[in-house]
Design a protein around this ligand. Sequence first.
Ligand SMILES: Nc1ncnc2c1ncn2[C@@H]1O[C@H](COP(=O)(O)OP(=O)(O)OP(=O)(O)O)[C@@H](O)[C@H]1O
Ligand SMILES: [Mg+2]
Length: 414
Amino acid sequence: MMRRPHRHVGRTSSEGVRGRLPGGLARAAVTPITRGPSSRGPDVGLPTVTAVDPAAGPSGSGSAPAGDGRGVPPSLTGRTPVVPPARLLAELVPPRHFAGESFDTYVPDAAHPSQRATVERLRAAAREITAGGGPGRGLFRRAARRAPVAVYLDGGFGVGKTHLLASLAHAVGADDAAFGTFVEYTNLVGALGFLPTVEALAGKRLVCIDEFELDDPGDTVLMSRLLRELADRGVALAATSNTLPGSLGEGRFAADDFLREIQALAARFEVLRVDGEDYRHRAVVTDADGLADDAVRRAVAGVPGATLDAFGDLLDHLARVHPSRYGALLDGVELVGLTGVVPVPTQDVALRLVVLVDRLYDRDVPVLLGGAGEHDLFSADMLRGGYRKKYYRALSRLGALAADGAARVAADPA
Ligand SMILES: Nc1ncnc2c1ncn2[C@@H]1O[C@H](COP(=O)(O)OP(=O)(O)OP(=O)(O)O)[C@@H](O)[C@H]1O
Ligand SMILES: [Mg+2]
């Protein structure tokens, strides 16, 4: 599995942030996902996405986007994926980056005993979850396990929370565990409706929610309700939420926030503290210079699965594609080239870009940033505002993916 540098942003303040998502990014999750022409996705074995590149003709899920046959690379802007709800469900698995991770590949730091303790607890939780009644045997299961496992992994940036959560999901098994980010679950509710989502997830033994978002009260209430319904049906729950690096008492405060936001459920959750450093100990890079636009064009030319877009056009396109489909937008994409990168103009545009960066990061897709690169990508106001956690995380992730991209250019300067 490809390994990428894992970088995190530097010290920032972390007083509590609360706010509503402007422009209805998460709210847009209620937009029904339209069905459209579909092709068979090799990865999930379901009718999935049709990504149409007008310049290139139809291109199915999982296949590399095709260029125009005259050497012009395909663009993300030319793709309009349609994602059936079944695919949203089928994609509730740990991201590609963690596909090969397990409790065995997690190396606890002896300097932080809570790491070993957490792995041991999670191994036991996996045994507990897999023992006894199978999914879908509601009454029996409820009787057998009055209080299903509910754990919250609490810790700073890069201490391995997602690694551990993915390991738990793997230990429980792909059929019995759902794994998604908070945003993916809110998208699912938007696509399926609340009760069908409960029904679909209640068939699992374990539901993992990575990066529980504590900055949107509406979505928090929705998720809280969803978790309660699932816990009542005997489904085990495991969650993490994001905290700012270097913030005072980072993890403890995150746990407090989390428990407060899910008040009705708080007593059921067992908080597992994961102390430690950012595992990768990477330098903080959030404002690397951009590449020359011509270098970006040269680097993508002829590379299978590479795309090329003008940054402004891509931002416009993101407004026309539902955020739940940004993952599908990247089907088969191995490298993303962007020319003319400039500061994003407004918060709604910025929040859409954040979602795209998360999907790129989940998929380990390197990027080539032309123009100004990450310089001033998000304005000082944005970085001070209610969504700054999201922006800093996006900068951190984009910085890591851009470093991967730049390394490719350096390795192949032709
Ligand atoms: N103890 C560990 N042993 C092996 N790999 C680790 C360990 N801790 C972290 N990693 C690896 O380091 C990287 C960062 O870990 P991960 O993404 O799980 O951290 P995180 O706590 O979820 O961070 P974030 O706050 O950014 O979500 C991953 O590639 C993960 O596999
Ligand atoms: Mg994580």
